[in-house]
Design a protein around this ligand. Structure first.
Ligand code: GLY
Length: 436
């Protein structure tokens, strides 16, 4: 059996490792390929030097190599229609079609869908250059903070929280005049800021049925105490304790969000298959917790995957296969009764400018306590592993007894890893640990 993974970050490293450990994969003489691979992934997978956005060449490769299943990590190939191209050629692939992936690649599509089908989300307005005057007027009369979102894909950086009108005006000017996100920022949404806490939830679906993976919480801001700029994510833990996400809240999310959105996508002729990532805000209203959608993503989250996937006990590859083949209702999810904590180590300066090429040491030592996923690394000519991205490594530790222990083990592992200008948040999961 041949499996091709598309993507080369921490999420894909975690997925590749889990597939490599799959009994189903081993039993079928599994061989793993990854486009384009990384020093971490290449330990158990053959690198394929085709860019993740070269959908046509990736399909050629899969055809030629007789790949049985392709698993897509990032949103870009999905937004470019990789699933459609593979399906057209009779190749099996995990991930939504281009039309279904619009749930992430067009924020306005997702917001309009939610409005039409009564799925709870923050009130919003949509603007482009043509009605920019209305945007300025709106910013004069609205209350603050507001959330400004680029319509298109912006690598996790297209969401800005503006505390006041000056910041909001600067932001929309940077979208429209400076074009900081290019085409992705030509349209933008301004929505009401929701006060609450965030939950990330992955639904693995074949379009008709779904299973929910353990809940998790991301830490999106660069600074401790949730301050500073938004990033792709600086750390996560899973599962959430009952005080954040109990069975009642989970049922409400399924009833009001997951089931309706999958039904809506089907009704719109965009049947959704793959991993649907629901980014939720839990808001307290009249003493009761209510879930709202912050965003949908058309793929696994990063770094939530590195916290959630190690907790899966049942065969991971069989789960992805069930989504592809339309029988997820036959798959029984089993999870380890464990707690996970993932801390992202990044290059100083991220999400702004940062230096690459710093030698990394201590990964092996850290791996005695934790799983280390490579997010942005490469080999230099001398064979050293060096930094090659904003987010460099994602370190995940598990504990059978508590979140506190998972957290402690994780930071011990992080302390073994060294590179110049390394940065990580020291408060991942701190909010739940304080309550224990
Ligand atoms: N961690 C947020 C994301 O993957 O979009």
């Amino acid at each position: 059996m041949k499996i091709l993974i598309i993507g080369n970050g921490g999420r894909e490293h975690c997925i590749a490792r889990k597939i490599f450990e799959s009994k189903f994969f081993k039993f079928n003489g599994g061989e793993l390929y990854c486009a384009t691979g990384s020093p971490g992934i290449n330990e158990f997978s053959k690198p394929v030097f085709i860019s993740v956005d070269d959908v046509y060449q990736l399909a050629n490769f899969a055809e030629k190599e007789k790949i049985d299943y392709t698993i897509v990590g990032p949103e870009i190939p999905l937004a470019l229609g990789i699933t459609d191209e593979f399906n057209k050629r009779g190749l099996k692939i995990f991930g939504p079609s281009q039309k279904a992936a619009e749930i992430e690649s067009s924020k306005i599509f997702a917001k309009n869908l939610m409005k039409k089908y009564n799925i709870p989300t923050a009130e919003f307005r949509y603007f482009t250059e043509t009605n920019i005057r209305d945007a300025y007027e709106y910013l004069q009369e609205t209350s603050y903070p507001v959330v400004i979102k680029a319509d298109g894909l912006a690598a996790g950086k297209g969401v800005i929280i503006a505390e006041d009108r000056i910041h909001a005006v600067e932001t929309i000017d940077s979208f429209i005049e400076e074009k900081i996100f290019g085409k992705a920022g030509e349209g933008f949404i301004i929505e009401k800021f929701m006060f609450g806490y965030e939950v990330s939830l992955f639904a693995i679906t074949d379009g008709d049925n779904y299973i929910l993976l353990p809940s998790s919480q991301d830490h999106k801001r660069i600074g401790e105490g949730d301050t500073g700029k938004n990033t792709g994510g600086m750390g996560a833990f899973s599962p959430l304790p009952d005080e954040l996400f109990d069975e009642e809240l989970k049922r409400a999310v399924e009833k009001k969000i997951i089931k309706p959105v999958l039904k809506a996508m089907k009704e719109e002729g965009r049947k959704y298959k793959g991993c649907l990532y629901a980014g939720l805000m839990i808001v307290k209203e009249s003493g009761k917790k209510k879930p709202y959608v912050v965003e949908f993503n058309c793929r696994f989250g990063d770094p939530e995957t590195q916290a959630v996937v190690p907790l899966i006990k049942s065969d991971f590859l069989e789960m992805l296969k069930a989504s592809v083949e339309g029988n997820i209702d036959k798959y029984t999810l089993e999870t380890h009764n464990k707690y996970s904590c993932c801390v992202v180590m990044s290059s100083k300066g991220y999400p702004g400018n940062f230096q690459k090429g710093n030698i990394i040491s201590g990964i092996e030592k850290a791996e005695e306590k934790a799983q280390v996923c490579h997010s942005g690394t490469k080999y230099d000519e001398a064979g050293n592993i060096i930094t090659n991205g904003g987010r460099v490594l994602a370190v995940t530790a598990l504990s059978s007894s508590s979140h506190k222990l998972a957290n402690k083990k994780c930071y011990e592992a992080v302390s073994e890893i060294h590179f110049s200008d390394s940065y990580f948040r020291r408060d991942i999961g701190k909010k739940i640990l304080k309550k224990k």
